[in-house]
Design a protein around this ligand. Structure first.
Ligand SMILES: Nc1ncnc2c1ncn2[C@@H]1O[C@H](COP(=O)(O)OP(=O)(O)OP(=O)(O)O)[C@@H](O)[C@H]1O
Ligand SMILES: [Mg+2]
Length: 459
């Protein structure tokens, strides 16, 4: 891959020029400096992939340059060059971590190119190792997606179909439904699974920080930019980039994202040269982006570029068949973590099956973990569940009881309100659920004086 950055330090300007021309022809970006101090400053403030330094220079010599670089960036390969071959300095350089020892003028062009190539390969492997170790620490292994409901089976089917394509995916769903889990599943089932899965939460960072995280920045582009920094789009090269809460991005960032999707390239903040993007993009949102497009808070052109393949994860209350499986899965997981084997009573399971789960699977996971930790025996029971779950169940029973006392008209009104709420007051959708035409629905809304803001359903 061309474009790697090489720093050359030599007080002999003709040597710098000679190497620079040769390596630029190979497609590398080359910077030359003429003394040791400058070499160290430059290496520490910018992201180089290889440093080539002469040994004999005024002030700081090549061996000192090597020492200073290894202190701050041990993975950066340093090739030492000398005009005066000496076994002693060669051994010293290699002992201090030099990648190679080149004898000026004796070294043929092909040898220099090969040494540089090898150093670049080693640097790449080292960088990947650092990344993989970080990922391991974060326990970045694919988690199982639990579920057998028709709704989740549909999601599984889509994941399998899209995994091996490069299409952009938009994962939609309420908070805690498993959007990130699905994005990871797509990554690990794809041919990109050996490259990184990188994620960012667009809602968690202020605009300027988000921009520099996404696209990177060049040194000096703003106060505090003391060093070039790679953006996450670049870090995710060859892998998958997960843009979480994409609906939270500002108009300025939306324009830049649109450009990435159109041109498949990024320009770091303060930079001028574009960098190719090879990561596959998966975006996620818990907002209704179509609505945001209508409200003109989200760009329509970006929405269409992101929404190439939409995957919608239904809320847990719409796939209650998955609840017992998830409860048992999290009981098993928590038991493994805590070493405390627990089962759950039928009554407690019944209550969990009927709860509405506004926080979806994440809420369920937390509640099971809490119950296992707080409960001393080996059986999770009704009393181990939070009050809100027991109260909601009572409230629901009360509504059923109240309904038994209602007139037919009152019941109809109640039912209309709940269907309208369910369909987000979209009259076309509501009338199709109710099995009546839109004008009949309209008449009923008039007759009962229904109003979106006033008539909220209770549960
Ligand atoms: N079907 C599932 N099977 C097993 N675990 C699940 C499932 N769905 C979600 N989880 C777990 O629930 C938690 C929340 O999932 P995730 O972070 O993917 O949700 P999200 O939709 O991205 O949430 P948010 O919108 O809040 O970012 C995670 O710990 C995840 O492992
Ligand atoms: Mg998420």
């Amino acid at each position: 891959m061309a474009g790697e950055k090489i720093l050359i330090a030599d007080d002999e300007k003709s040597m710098c020029q000679y190497l620079s021309i040769m390596l630029k022809k190979e497609g590398y970006f080359v910077k030359t400096v003429h003394n040791g101090q400058k070499a160290v400053q430059e290496a520490q403030s910018s992201n180089y992939d290889v440093v080539i330094t002469d040994i004999r220079m005024e002030g700081m010599d090549g061996i000192e340059v090597l020492g200073a670089i290894k202190e701050t960036d041990p993975a950066l390969p340093v090739i030492i060059m000398t005009a005066y071959a000496s076994q002693k300095t060669a051994i010293e350089a290699l002992n201090k971590g030099a990648f190679y020892y080149l004898i000026k003028r004796a070294a043929k062009n092909e040898e220099i190119k090969m040494v540089v190539r090898n150093a670049l390969d080693m640097h790449k492997v080292k960088n990947e190792n650092v990344f993989l170790k970080k990922q391991l620490k974060k326990k970045d292994t694919p988690k199982e997606i639990i579920g057998k409901s028709e709704e989740i089976e549909r999601v599984f089917g889509l994941v399998d179909k899209v995994a091996d394509t490069d299409s952009t995916i938009l994962v939609c769903g309420e908070s805690g439904t498993g959007k990130e889990l699905v994005a990871r599943a797509i990554h690990y089932r794809s041919g990109r699974s050996n490259a990184p899965f990188v994620s960012i939460n667009c809602g968690a960072l202020p605009e300027n920080l988000l921009e520099s995280e996404l696209f990177g920045h060049v040194k000096g582009s703003f106060t505090g930019a003391i060093k070039d920094k790679d953006g996450l789009f670049k870090v995710a090269s060859g892998g998958t980039f997960f843009l979480d809460e994409v609906g939270e991005t500002s108009p300025a960032i939306q324009v830049k994202l649109l450009r990435v999707l159109q041109e498949r390239e990024i320009i770091p903040v303060g930079g001028t040269s574009p960098i190719k993007v090879s990561a596959r993009l998966i975006a996620a949102t818990n907002a209704d982006l179509e609505k945001a497009v209508h409200a003109e808070t989200f760009r329509a052109d970006l929405y269409y570029r992101l929404n190439v393949i939409p995957i919608t994860i239904p809320p847990l209350r719409h796939r209650r068949d998955d609840i017992p499986l998830l409860v048992n899965h999290f009981l098993r997981m928590t038991s493994e973590k805590t070493g405390r084997n627990k089962t759950i009573s039928n009554e407690a399971m019944e209550l969990l099956k009927n709860y509405d789960w506004p926080g979806n699977v994440r809420e369920l996971e937390n509640i099971i973990e809490r119950a296992v930790i707080l409960q001393d025996g080996d059986h999770v029971d009704l009393c181990d569940l939070p009050d809100k779950i027991r109260l909601q169940s009572k409230e629901k029973r009360k509504i059923v009881m109240d309904k038994a006392q209602m007139t037919l008209e009152e019941l109809e009104k109640e039912y209309l309100i709940s269907v309208l709420e369910e369909s987000n007051w979209q009259k076309k959708r509501a009338s199709s659920i109710l099995g009546i035409n839109a004008s009949t629905l309209y008449r009923k809304i008039q007759r009962y004086g229904l109003d979106r803001d006033r008539d909220k359903v209770l549960v």
